[in-house]
Design a protein around this ligand. Sequence first.
Ligand SMILES: Cc1cc2nc3c(=O)[nH]c(=O)nc-3n(C[C@H](O)[C@H](O)[C@H](O)COP(=O)(O)OP(=O)(O)OC[C@H]3O[C@@H](n4cnc5c(N)ncnc54)[C@H](O)[C@@H]3O)c2cc1C
Length: 317
Amino acid sequence: MAARPDVVVLGAGVSGLSTGIRLVESGARVLVRTAAPPAHTTSALAGAMVGPNLSPPGDPQRAWTDETLRVLGAEPLPGVAWRDGTLAARPEGATPSFADQTPGFRSLGDDERPAGFGTAFTVRLPLVDMPVYLAYLLERFRDAGGEVRVAPVASLDEAATSAPVVVNCAGLAARTLTGDTGLHPVRGPRIVVRNPGLDRFFMEAPMAPTWASIFPHGDHVVLGGGQRRSDDTTPDPAEEADVLARCVAIEPALAAAEILEHRVGLRPGRAAPRVEAERRGDALVVHNYGHAGNGVMLSWGCAREAAALALGGTPPA
Ligand SMILES: Cc1cc2nc3c(=O)[nH]c(=O)nc-3n(C[C@H](O)[C@H](O)[C@H](O)COP(=O)(O)OP(=O)(O)OC[C@H]3O[C@@H](n4cnc5c(N)ncnc54)[C@H](O)[C@@H]3O)c2cc1C
């Protein structure tokens, strides 16, 4: 980039790239500085299911999710496939009252629910094959004139020497950059197996530390899940066996599936995402981090809001 950027975005995960695209496609000169390329971010480890957002009406996360669903539904995008699948919970009567607004909603009867589940319904949602989707976002950002440098910043003040506006999409690393003690790592396994022929997804409501999630993406299936407050990213064979057992209980065809990958990601846990602006000296800093287990689902909505804050130039009252 020959001229000084208007905006420097920290992070090349789904938050940083989506926000960078919104900014660069609005005409801004945008530099993304990242500690790692997109394929080595937490975002690359997500399953990833988009929606439904079952937070209460009026919660901003509902509108952010709706924006992501709108973008992913507007045109075919690499890595994104709309699929039918089942959402289930162990207790009876756990269907949120507004779940029936989700496309394809149908409540499953007693004889259709998997054993051990008191609540289950089908919906139609986007599944995102994250390595493919992140490569698309990166290409779209660059094609629009954006630049990406693998050059982490040591502080927000250092970032502000690159551009008058800084957008902080550093995920869990925002903890160090901002001192936000509300941000914490939530460990989750990603186990990829060869697809034995599944095309429907399954997701158990994450009401406990472990659950079953089965996300087919063509030739492979991403299995999860688990949530544990830990910053240990070492794959654990016992955890792998546990995930497989829970998923096989839902889809017996997975029992013989070849395991292709086992990695562990750290979700940027926070009570709610932080999307807001603040002044730091002469610089405007816009934060867009802390999306916990929903960063892909919230990505386009948060990107739009963060870009508006960055382009408006003044923090909201
Ligand atoms: C196993 C698993 C399954 C998941 N499944 C889903 C799902 O189904 N649906 C869903 O919506 N979400 C899911 N998530 C959550 C989702 O992955 C995260 O919420 C999302 O990836 C957060 O994206 P991000 O861009 O904010 O952060 P990240 O992807 O962590 O990106 C942070 C970026 O900041 C960069 N960075 C770090 N330090 C610095 C620095 N000092 N200077 C500059 N850059 C820096 C990093 O290199 C990286 O590029 C899942 C997560 C896991 C682990």
